[in-house]
Design a protein around this ligand. Sequence first.
Ligand code: HEM
Length: 60
Amino acid sequence: MTRAGVSLVIILGIINLLLVLFQVSTGKRWLKVNFIWHRRLGLLLLFTAIIHAILADLSH
Ligand code: HEM
């Protein structure tokens, strides 16, 4: 599955990497945002990582 020629697995992988960086930065409080965003985006990351893994498995 591609979007503008780029695989959805790749797009989700990049989103997951950015979300992990956000989670560690906010969890360690290097980045100061309302902590509710750490909890919300941590759960979003769980789902995007599962979708990423399923699509990657289906695609080969
Ligand atoms: C993959 C997802 C996540 C990552 C990578 C992550 C990462 C981290 C890190 C690195 C810390 C700091 C730990 C420390 O310095 O001892 C932290 C703290 C914390 N995280 Fe997460 N987190 C994630 C998801 C979540 C979620 C889903 C929740 C809650 C629904 C959550 C709640 C908390 C809480 C309550 C703390 C303690 C904050 C404090 O020191 O007061 N995290 N997290």
